[in-house]
Write a protein that binds this ligand. Structure first.
Ligand code: NAD
Length: 478
């Protein structure tokens, strides 16, 4: 099913059908009028978005509970409140972020004046996933609007209640001429991807990321890919294990592990793992009770395909705690696997569910080796009190983000760029990076007609001129 808030053409059965080419044409016309460029329009969209989050909190939280079993408080912390904070931060800085910046010029170009002007890219496509369907739709949307673009937002079919709620609500709070919402799955996304957008912002898995990149290449459309991967949590000798256990459990089992930056596995020496295991078990009991299937703060797996994929990872002989599943409700108990090495099934791909393998290494060197031998993670978590270990990980590993002693929280600081590196993605957003991402930094230089100092570099060339040129052109402006 597809639905846009703009004009649609009737399908064979009378259902609305997406006409992606028409949609882009319409938005190009709207963008061409210039209405999206003034600061006032951008502020109106951002405040509209924030107002929607406040006024429609109940409807959106209900949709999130229906799609993913999210508790309303968790929905507020990780989605509604999170996005609202991101917008507030953007609103308080937007004016200075989009102000043209003076640029210095070399001596030989004086008395020219130069500046960098951030201009909107045009009409951009944002494709969002199902796991945080409000945050991961609206945070990029805010960046695109803050930068003055017209936007098509493609929502995820795997979070149908949230998709329907956003498709209904967004046109009531945003300029419906410049912001359109499309519902649907791979077929609709494929049709959208055939169009020459000015930018595509995609959040999802790497396989679909490749499809997006290939489609974009046909039009030379720039792309941001927010992907996933296996984010390790290294626990050092001497770390505060009780706090580490509680934070790992929180980061892992929030949204039933369906978080792109969830700690995917724990890596530590055997004595650390053995000391950590009862603390992990205790934290799980403290957070979700003796029977997490009865807890109203513990989520469910999004669909049967993911449920089947995850239950296959719970192999006999490795379960330290948990392992219970219920097919009907797609419940998987918070599960910890021990005695897992790099060849185990759970270590082949991003887990994206409530299963936590524990991987044993000899020491910090082997941990760094294990991590750097694999795809660069979206996030890397290091639990340590040692300044030397911190320096080591900053220097010798590469990841989208590197957090000491707390998972996930880097996403909540809008002053920090958020994004992957290598297989975990390309491009970054949040805060000013979002506005930069959806803008073109245009170089503007104004060279006065008189005096015409450029005459020094016009041909034909004399030897005196050459001396002058070498002296002044080679000399950078201090
Ligand atoms: P997905 O890649 O399956 O879907 C994302 C979007 O792509 C959806 O809108 C979907 O309709 C569309 N899509 C799916 N298949 C398609 C196809 N064949 N052709 C064209 N479009 C298609 O991602 P997902 O399963 O919704 O999300 C899970 C993945 O996303 C995980 O790997 C996770 O780590 C990653 N993720 C990353 C971030 C991040 O911020 N870096 C955030 C959330 C999720």
């Amino acid at each position: 099913m597809s639905q846009t808030t703009g004009p649609t053409t009737a399908g064979a059965q009378g259902a609305p059908q997406l006409d992606a080419e028409q949609l882009l044409d319409d938005l190009r016309d709207v963008f061409g009028t210039g209405i999206t460029k003034p600061l006032a329009w951008r502020i109106a969209q951002l405040t509209g978005l924030r107002r929607m989050l406040a006024e429609q909190e109940g409807a959106l939280a209900e949709a999130l509970t229906s799609d993913l079993g999210k508790h309303v408080t968790e929905a507020w912390i990780t989605e509604l409140g999170f996005t609202s904070n991101e917008i507030t931060y953007m609103l308080s800085h937007l004016k200075s972020w989009i102000r043209p910046r003076r640029a210095s010029i070399p001596l030989w170009l004086r008395p020219a004046r130069a500046k960098v002007v951030r201009e909107p890219l045009g009409v951009v496509l944002v494709i969002s996933p199902w796991n945080y369907p409000v945050q991961l739709s609206l945070a990029p949307l805010a960046g695109a609007l803050g930068a003055g673009n017209a936007v098509v937002l493609k929502l995820s079919e795997l979070a149908p209640a949230t998709s329907a709620a956003l498709a209904r609500l967004l046109p009531q709070y945003l300029d419906p001429a410049a912001v359109r919402v499309v519902e649907g799955g791979a077929a609709e996304t494929t049709e959208l991807l055939a169009q020459p957008w000015d930018h595509i912002f995609f959040t999802g898995n790497g396989a679909v990321g490749r499809v997006v990149l290939e489609a974009a290449a046909r039009h030379l459309t720039p792309v941001t890919l927010e992907l996933g991967g296996k984010s390790p949590a290294f626990v050092d000798v001497g770390a505060d294990l009780e706090t580490a256990a509680r934070r790992i459990v929180w980061g892992k089992f929030t949204n039933a592990g369906q978080t792109c930056v969830a700690p995917d596995f724990v890596i530590a020496t055997r004595p650390v793992l053995d000391a950590l295991k009862p603390l992990l078990d205790k934290a799980i009991r403290d957070f979700y009770g003796e029977d997490p299937s009865q807890s109203d703060v513990y989520g469910r797996i999004v669909n049967e395909r993911h449920f089947g994929r995850l239950t296959d990872l719970i192999t006999t002989g490795h379960v330290f705690r948990g392992g219970a599943v219920d097919t009907e409700t797609r419940y998987i108990e918070p599960t910890v696997l021990d005695g897992v090495d790099g060849d185990h099934l759970s270590m082949q791909e991003e887990i994206f569910g409530p299963i936590l393998p524990l991987v044993e290494v000899r020491d910090v060197d082997e941990a760094v080796e294990f991590i750097t031998a694999r795809d660069k993670p979206l996030a890397l978590y290091v639990f340590t009190g040692s300044a030397e270990t911190k320096r080591r990980f900053i220097r010798d590993t590469s990841s989208g983000g590197l957090n000491f002693n707390a998972p996930l929280v880097h996403m909540g600081a809008p002053s920090l760029p958020f994004g992957g590196v290598g297989a975990s993605g390309m491009g970054k957003y949040h805060g000013e990076e979002s506005v930069a991402l959806f803008s073109h930094a245009k170089a503007v230089i104004d060279v006065p007609a008189k005096p015409d100092l450029l005459a020094a570099i016009y041909p034909p060339f004399s030897s005196a001129q050459e001396k002058l040129v070498r002296r002044f052109i080679a000399r950078p402006r201090p």
